[in-house]
Design a protein around this ligand. Structure first.
Ligand code: NAI
Length: 287
């Protein structure tokens, strides 16, 4: 461990979630290596981190010196092997596809120290299925962050069938060190949060489809009527419609009809209306 460092963290996948995880880990004092298969995604991630930290300073939430220190602890890695070398904690935040995640986890495990905690940020995939094929499944678990990572305090720690208790304890301690509130949940499709949250989002889409109300009206109903901080359609835009479609498809196969992806979701994804990241979803977003 470098002097003054809390340890080393590797984040694989620098998209919506990966950049946020890298940011909070660096702010908490970890040396962070961030890697992505697409160089442009990595550049965009560093821009977003800088912008988030600038906003944090402007709002008095981040000390200017902490901003500088966090940026100094962040580095781009050229590949997965370089990112995970010497890591205490490895977190993958690549797309929600079982095979993609399996291959990334296998590569990460091969390059990381034997004691490293190996975590997936999956929001729905089975941790037990992700563990199969790993040499050290006991050190692998789910570490499910929420979007936007630098603001949302929840982390779901998901215990797979072969996860060691010591790994769960290490993950809980790590999440707390990042200033998060961890909850430990069993490895059931969609865990505790996604299962409920996605169902609400899918029903809201069906209501738009049926002309029950506009996206704005539906979101306002939940925000004012139920005190949700953000309505389900705005949240879908923030998460990414493609991500939501992948999750709904997976939960549909495992939990049944109530998770069938609505036609409007399929159509919007096919049209490239993926939400905030493409500028258009249920709302228009400034790029
Ligand atoms: P994203 O699409 O924004 O980012 C994924 C990144 O992974 C992309 O930059 C892509 O280039 C990179 N990538 C793809 N294959 C790779 C590989 N083999 N090696 C290295 N990088 C690779 O996706 P997002 O939204 O960040 O989601 C990532 C994970 O986090 C998914 O499992 C998702 O279910 C989960 N998640 C997403 C949330 C959200 O609000 N978007 C919330 C909580 C969890």
């Amino acid at each position: 461990m470098a002097g003054g460092s809390a340890g080393r963290v590797a984040v694989i996948g620098a998209g919506t979630m990966g950049h946020g995880i890298a940011q909070v880990a660096a702010l908490a004092g970890y040396d962070v290596a961030l890697v992505d298969a697409v160089p442009a995604a990595l550049e965009r991630a560093f821009e977003r981190i800088r912008r988030n930290l600038d906003e944090g300073v402007a709002r008095g939430k981040v000390e200017p010196t902490a901003r500088e220190a966090a940026l100094a602890r962040l580095a781009a890695a050229p590949d997965v092997a370089a990112a995970v070398a010497g890591a205490d904690v490895v977190i993958e935040a690549v797309p929600e596809r079982l095979e993609v995640k399996r291959s990334v986890l296998a590569e990460a495990e091969a390059g990381a120290p034997a004691g490293a905690l190996l975590a997936s940020n999956t929001s729905s995939l089975s941790i037990t299925e992700l563990q199969s094929g790993l040499a050290r499944p006991g050190r692998m678990l789910g570490l499910h962050f929420f979007n936007p990572v630098h603001i949302n305090r929840l982390v779901e720690v998901v215990r797979g069938a072969r996860t060691d208790e010591s790994a769960v304890a290490d993950a809980v301690a790590f999440a707390r060190r990042l200033g998060k509130e961890p909850i430990v949940v069993a490895d059931s499709p969609g865990f505790a949060s996604t299962r409920l949250g996605v169902l609400l989002g899918l029903e809201a889409m069906r209501m738009v489809e049926e002309g029950v109300a506009s996206p704005e009206a539906i979101d306002t109903a939940m925000e004012l009527g139920y005190r949700h901080p953000m309505g389900p359609l705005k949240l879908t835009d923030l998460v990414g419609l493609d991500v939501r479609l992948d999750i709904a498809t997976y939960l549909h196969a495992r939990l049944g009809e109530r998770f069938r992806p609505p036609e409007i979701l399929r159509r919007m994804v096919a049209e490239g209306k993926l939400g905030q990241k493409t500028g258009q979803g249920f709302y228009r977003w400034e790029q």
